[in-house]
Design a protein around this ligand. Structure first.
Ligand code: CA
Length: 228
């Protein structure tokens, strides 16, 4: 499942390079040249991760990070600070305001992607391609494969994403609109009913190995993925 990554970088060429890296790693990039622009974008969509340049015109990256981490709404969004300066003192300041990691420019695409992956693994495991196991099901995002008690299951692409989301977030109730946001993405217009259609298909596919009861309907609230 792709993550939405907000890039805040005032240097157009570096911004372009960052966005390219993010896209090649299979995620979606949204871009801002300043904190002000970033705040505007965040009124529309809360990103899953922010790559934040330290030196920006107007409010600095470090001030913005401090602000985001002290706000109830945004404090759980992981932040990776970008800086051209590699001094230890800067690193300490960045981590003090709550940044999750640090990348020094010039960065290698491989290092950047490894750090993005590590941060997402901690905050949003469904956005990495690590295999997940739950209740006898095993889902391997990298290989795009699902098995139940060792037998391969045949799922459509939407059912695969849906199962990936549920397996990453078990034992809690998800409303249809939450499922739509996370599985179909913001800004896609789909009716709530569509969720039910794909849940039915997913359940049907899971009957092959007797795992259909993992998806529970919670009346008036949505769905829960649970082994109980
Ligand atoms: Ca800059």
């Amino acid at each position: 499942m792709p993550a939405c990554i907000l890039v805040v970088e005032d240097e157009p060429a570096i911004q372009e390079l960052l966005a390219l890296n993010i896209t090649q790693a299979g995620h979606n990039a949204i871009r801002a040249l300043s904190v002000e622009q970033a705040q505007m974008l965040m009124r529309e969509t809360l990103p899953d991760l922010i790559l934040l340049d330290w030196m920006l015109p107007g409010m600095s990256g470090i001030e913005f990070a401090r602000k985001l981490k002290s706000d109830e709404f945004t404090k759980s969004i992981p932040i990776i600070i970008l800086t051209a300066r590699g001094e230890e003192i800067d690193k300490v300041r960045g981590l003090e305001v709550g940044a999750d990691d640090y990348v020094t420019k010039p960065f290698s695409p491989r290092e950047l992607n490894a750090r993005i992956k590590a941060v997402l693994r901690r905050s949003a495991p469904q956005m990495t391609d690590d295999p997940i196991e739950f209740g006898g099901l095993r889902l391997d995002p990298g290989a795009h494969r699902v098995s139940g008690n060792g037998a391969t299951l045949d799922l459509g692409p939407t059912e695969f994403r849906l199962l990936h989301y549920f397996m990453s977030n078990p034992e809690r109730v998800h409303s249809r609109s939450q499922v739509l946001d996370r599985v179909w993405g913001d800004g896609v217009y789909v009716e709530d009913r569509t969720v039910d259609v794909h849940i039915r298909r997913l359940r049907k596919a899971l009957t092959a190995t007797g795992h259909e009861d993992l998806i529970q309907t919670v009346r008036g609230a949505g769905y829960r993925f649970s082994a109980q």
